[in-house]
Design a protein around this ligand. Structure first.
Ligand code: MCN
Ligand code: FES
Ligand code: FES
Length: 908
């Protein structure tokens, strides 16, 4: 042990520490200063940044023995407090720079040191600083973070006041449509917003620490599991395997369509007979400390018989491939599109036909916060599981039978989450926690390291697509033929639904009167497919938007003009044969046109460096807000002595569920004249909040928003007096009238028919257009995205700051999907850098957002959703721009430099 005299946030402390312990663990574990976060744990993300003697360091890899005696350490707790905010913290709030907020303490601490050294930095200085210190953010697209530092610097130089920067509300106090700051922002920027691992430090003594025994191969039969040695290890309380699970030991994938050849019960909680993918959980060690548990994990012996590994859809579809789940064919679901006339004769006589193959890969979600959770039995014998779940009621239904607990006795609660981007639409560690709590009867805690985050959790499901268009020589689309195979990994959950997205979104945005399509879901041994922002649309639209550029080239038409000619106009129908909710794509394109023309001029100018070539590309994006068909949500509200309380299960990934709930409730309650600070939110605890449905499919603003509106309208109706004024809470109680009101809303929509792909699946859609400007280095093949422009129609905007943030963040995830992100190679792609996470210098500072706000008849106060729109097809615009720059058409993502270079070399 070492004795260290340290000055932490200005106060001298004498600490006895293990020299090998990291500073991050000492701050968080020994000192309970949990404002400093641990993300990657290996010096890649900067979430753990602190200042030591005037230098920003990553505390997750800094051992205590390397911290000099008398070092001065500044953590987020020392930057400012809720009562006395640092200008950076104020500015972070003003710019909506904390979405999930997991990266915020690290960024703010890092920026503090920058501003100490340079009181007047340029935007490029700020970007260079964050690049140098590896501060990574997955939510914001980085631009708002630079905006925040620039305004903090102005505040510090006295050039502007907080009042001037703070959001301005209209006279009537309306917050709907404004830049009102989200309720969680203050806690996020001060490091006091507790995430799962922070709450983990506050669990009672005796909480068991869990670690997993995981598969290191992708496909095998399990011959035996020997836990005897592990059980004798120090501190071990129990080693849990499949035989200790009292329930079904399976998670149900809730099969959506009856034609699915599987039954949905294919995902073991703890593997018993087979390993289906790398990282599968085989046993859980529960011990007094995490270190003891990990040491015992190494002693569990698993005897395996290796089986052939089918790491892609074509491999698992081969004639000689064995069934991964014996009894269920590897192709377990099929769907078709039958719209209009037969396409074969139409394509035969079409003036122009184009065809190509496309592949969008296994994009990893890469939230900065790894998966984490805990479970315990409460005083009533109910099992309470806290996790990052973005579908608490959904997950209860998926895991209760597997754990062996009645659904009424299982309560899920969402912890504050540091981003999920959809991977938490699937249960991950919930069932493991449940099984461990049941087996031990004790509180249990499990956190993943980043390697486990990458290798255990689901990924975007790759689509292999073949697509064909036929058009007239004037450029009118007349027919489309599509064929797509979805590599969904070994577990079927929502795989059928995802495959249906191909029918709904390949070619969407355009009036294509005649379509024939065939899609299939394929079981493989690569990472299981979980939802990822955009859910099927980035795969679908990549093919249809890149092929459209190929068509434009063949027709000799400008890609903009070809799109303009074919986008939905009144009377046109979607690929599912229904009319879209609104016709706004012409207006969107009109708004983009001047930007497109400017970009064309820009592309004509020679770049500063002679080895670079400029190009521009566009794409359009369409996606539904809601789950297919009659999706529904419930929300409750209560009149209280101090205002109104909203009870909602609008799970928050970091997108701004708190702000959406508040803005919607405030708008609905405006007749009361209530102030936003008098609306209290109770969120995401099944014991207190009704089933609002999962926060996926960009559904919440529409579905949960409508349920919130309905509940608030019921409250207004319930407290109204005959003269039209409203009773106070005291009056309601005195008259013995109810103060609690329920709201529910169901979307007027119908599921698609599996045989034809036809139907009216979504009551509300989001629409957009993307323009990318790139420079390609023809000596290295590296693409630099210089500018991105997006025109978005998300209906009426509930909160501008939130929606701007959604768009910036989604666009940059699209940039990553286009150029670098992948999870194919289990070794190379298992950390943030290996998997191609975009850092600040990979991303343009010049991102322009333009809006068309078409009122949505089915949206609350005219709103559609926003979360997934920016990741529908921005990558297609980048790929189109690369072709425009250098003539290399990348149809299999990502377009890493070596691929573009190979394309350049092949061209000669
Ligand atoms: N919003 C608005 N006005 C509109 C539409 C939406 O102000 N007209 C706001 C909403 O109030 C909400 C946000 O925009 O705060 C997104 O709303 P919506 O599109 O309804 O989506 P959900 O709330 O259901 O959020 C889920 C969506 C999805 S599916 C993924 S995946 C996703 C996303 O949002 N993951 C995210 N955004 C994310 N953002 C962050 N920071 N982290 C994630 O993991
Ligand atoms: Fe330390 Fe990522 S750099 S947690
Ligand atoms: Fe940066 Fe979520 S706000 S990671």
């Amino acid at each position: 042990m070492l004795k260290k005299n340290l000055i932490i946030n200005g106060s001298s402390q004498v600490l006895i520490v293990d020299g090998e312990a990291t500073l991050a663990n000492v701050l968080r574990g020994q000192l309970h200063m949990t404002g400093t976060k641990i993300g990657c744990g290996k010096a890649q993300c900067g979430a753990c940044s602190v200042i030591v003697d005037g230098k920003v360091i990553r505390s997750c890899v800094t051992k205590m023995k390397r911290i000099p005696d008398h070092a001065e350490i500044t953590t987020i707790e020392g930057v400012g407090t809720k009562e006395h905010l640092h200008p950076l913290q104020l500015s972070w709030m003003i710019h909506g720079a904390a979405q999930c907020g997991f990266c915020s303490p690290g960024f703010i601490v890092s920026a503090k040191q920058l501003l100490e050294e340079n009181t007047n930095p340029s935007r490029e200085d700020v970007r260079d600083w964050f690049q140098k210190h590896r501060n990574a953010c997955r939510c914001t697209g980085y631009k708002p973070l630079v905006d925040a530092v620039m305004d903090a610097a102005r505040l510090m130089r006295g050039e502007v006041t907080t009042e001037e920067l703070w959001c301005k509300l209209p006279e009537d106090g309306r917050i709907w449509g404004s830049n009102y700051i989200r309720p969680s922002a203050l806690a996020k920027v001060t490091g006091t917003w507790d995430f799962g691992a922070d709450a983990g430090h506050k669990l009672p003594c005796g909480t068991l620490q869990l670690k997993l025994v995981q598969a290191k191969v992708s496909h095998a039969n399990i011959l035996s599991i020997d836990t005897s040695e592990a059980e004798k290890m120090p501190g071990v309380y129990r080693v849990i395997t499949a035989k200790d699970v009292v329930g079904k030991n399976k998670i149900t994938g809730l099969i959506t369509f009856p034609t699915n050849k599987g039954d949905g019960w294919d995902r073991p909680i703890l593997c018993d007979k087979k390993v289906f993918q790398f990282g599968d959980a085989i046993a859980i060690v529960a011990a007094d400390t995490a270190e003891h548990a990990q040491a015992a994990v190494e002693k569990v012996k698993v005897d395996l018989e290796l089986l052939p590994e089918y790491m892609s859809a074509p491999a698992a579809m081969a004639d000689d491939a064995i069934e991964i789940h014996p009894g269920t064919p590897n192709i377990y679901f099929e769907t078709k599109v039958v719209k209009g006339e037969d396409t074969a004769p139409l394509l035969e006589k079409a003036d122009v036909v184009v065809e190509d193959d496309f592949y969008v890969g296994r994009q990893p979600h890469m939230p900065i916060e790894p998966d984490v959770g805990y479970a315990f039995f409460d005083e009533d014998g109910k099992l309470i599981i806290h996790s990052k779940s973005i579908g608490i009621h959904l997950h209860q239904a998926m895991i209760c039978a597997g754990i062996g607990i009645e659904s009424e006795k299982l309560i899920l609660v969402q912890n504050n989450a540091g981003g999920t981007f959809g991977y938490k639409f699937s249960p991950t560690i919930e069932a493991l926690l449940g099984v461990a709590a049941v087996a031990t009867g004790k509180p249990v805690y499990l956190e993943f390291d980043y390697y486990q985050q990458m290798t255990y959790t689901g990924k975007r499901s790759p689509f292999f697509i073949n697509l064909k268009y036929g058009a007239t020589k004037e450029g009118k689309l007349i027919a489309m033929e599509s064929d797509w195979s979805v590599d969904h990994g070994p577990y079927s959950e929502f795989g059928d639904l995802l495959t249906i997205r191909g029918s709904q979104f390949i070619g969407s945005g355009y009036n294509i009167p005649n379509i024939r399509g065939f899609g299939r879901t394929v079981c493989t041994n690569h990472a299981w497919g979980s939802a990822f922002r955009g859910y099927g649309s980035p795969q679908s639209l990549f093919s249809s938007e890149v092929l459209l550029d190929e068509l434009a080239e063949k027709l000799g038409m400008d890609p903009f003009d070809l799109r303009y000619k074919n986008v939905y106009r009144p009377g046109d129908t979607t690929p599912t044969g229904c009319e879209p909710d609104v016709y706004c794509l012409v207006e969107i394109m009109d708004k983009l046109k001047p930007k497109y023309d400017q970009a064309k001029e820009w592309a004509k100018q020679p770049p500063a460096e002679p080895n670079k070539k400029r190009g521009i590309g566009i794409s359009i994006g369409v996606y539904g807000s809601g789950l297919d068909g009659a999706d529904s949500a419930a929300v409750n509200v209560e009149l209280t002595a101090t205002g109104v309380t909203v009870y909602t299960s609008w799970e928050d990934h970091g997108q701004g569920a708190d702000m959406g709930s508040l803005a919607t409730a405030h708008e609905a309650l405006r007749p009361l004249g209530i102030k936003p600070e008098n609306i209290k939110l109770v969120m995401n605890d099944m014991e207190r909040t009704p089933n609002s449905g999962p926060a996926g499919g960009s559904r919440s603003q529409v579905l949960v928003g409508n349920a919130t509106r309905v509940a608030c309208e019921a409250l207004l109706q319930g407290i109204k007096k005959e003269d039209g004024t409203f009773r106070t809470y005291e009056e309601m109680i005195a008259e013995n009238l109810p103060v609690f009101f329920q709201g529910a809303w169901t979307a007027p929509a119908s599921e698609c028919n599996v045989e034809t792909g036809q139907g009216n699946p979504f009551a509300v859609y989001m629409y957009g257009a993307f323009l990318s400007q790139v420079e390609v280095d023809i000596t290295t093949g590296k693409t630099n995205v210089v500018k991105m422009t997006m025109v978005a129609d998300v209906g009426k905007i509930a909160n501008k700051l939130v929606v701007d943030g959604q768009l910036y963040g989604g666009l940059v995830q699209g940039l990553g999907l286009a150029l670098s992100e992948d999870f194919e190679d289990l070794k190379k792609h298992s950390d943030l850098i290996g998997a191609g996470l975009p850092f600040i210098k990979d991303v343009p500072d010049d991102i322009e957002l333009l809006y068309v706000e078409t009122y949505r008849p089915n949206g609350p106060f005219g709103a559609a959703g926003s979360g997934e729109l920016p990741l529908t097809s921005p990558h297609a615009s980048i790929i189109n721009a690369i072709y425009n720059a250098c003539g290399v058409r990348v149809t299999h993502l990502p377009a890493r430099p070596e691929k573009v270079l190979a394309g350049l070399q092949a061209k000669g």
